[in-house]
Design a protein. Structure first.
Length: 239
């Protein structure tokens, strides 16, 4: 599949839908929203999402019935999102074909992790892969050798990078102009999940800034996106 995975959110709470749509778009997904079962069907007539995040309590129909309909009609993943915490409801949802089940209130990072897991299990993919690049990435006078793991400063001096610093810089280069959340950076660099009190990404970014920014206190290459993550803003030339 080319491009980003498509998530459809079916929930009658406009505020929740706006919040989730913004969050998933920042993570690189295509997102559409439906506030009822009927609107979901209308969208499915012209769209084909990879995963549907489905609330069980909707104004016009029962979510379980919609889940059965989705499972019998479409080849897509179903993640039930609901305020119903009863174990029986969870069991019923999974038995009728839902791929996962999460109750409200929830943490957005956990929901993202579950969506990614569902997409992996169903082979639907995820956000678009990093853009292919050449062997050398040049920016603001810097030259990064992606194969030899070498970084050369604007005045031609070699700059030593730790393994994680190099991996972080490569992640920024390969996802240039895109916001990378802390969770995404940890997955790309360390291959592990983010926890609320984990500041290792911020520390790593700080170390890299000290090596490539003219003024680390006023960074021009690695921009902080407050409350979200970081974005590499340098203009790049690949050789």
């Amino acid at each position: 599949m080319s491009g980003s995975a498509h998530i459809m959110i079916v929930d009658d709470d406009p505020r929740l839908c706006r919040t989730l749509a913004r969050y998933f778009k920042l993570e690189g997904y295509d997102v559409s929203v439906a506030f009822s079962g009927e609107e979901m069907r209308q969208r499915l007539a012209v769209e084909r999402p990879d995963v549907v995040i489905l609330d069980l309590i909707l104004p016009d129909e029962d979510g379980f019935s919609l889940a059965r309909e989705l499972r019998s009609t479409y080849d897509l993943a179903i993640l039930i999102l609901t305020g119903k915490a009863d174990t029986v409801d969870k069991v019923v949802g999974l038995e009728i074909g839902a791929d996962d089940y999460i109750t409200k209130p929830f943490d957005e990072r956990e929901l993202l992790a579950r969506v990614r897991s569902v997409l992996r299990r169903t082979s639907k993919g995820g956000p678009s892969e990093a853009e292919p690049v050449g062997s050398f990435a040049c920016f603001a006078g810097w030259r990064l050798d992606l194969n030899a793991h070498d970084l050369t400063s604007p005045d031609g001096q070699p700059v030593a990078l730790t393994l994680h610093e190099f991996q972080l810089l490569v992640a920024f280069v390969q996802h240039r102009k895109r916001i990378l959340t802390r969770e995404t950076i940890l997955e790309l660099v360390a291959g592990r999940n983010w926890t609320p009190d984990d500041r290792s990404v911020d520390m790593l970014v700080g170390k890299l800034r000290k090596k490539i920014e003219k003024n680390p206190r006023d960074p021009q290459l690695i921009e902080t996106v407050r409350g979200v993550g970081y974005k590499f803003t340098a203009n790049l030339v690949f050789e």
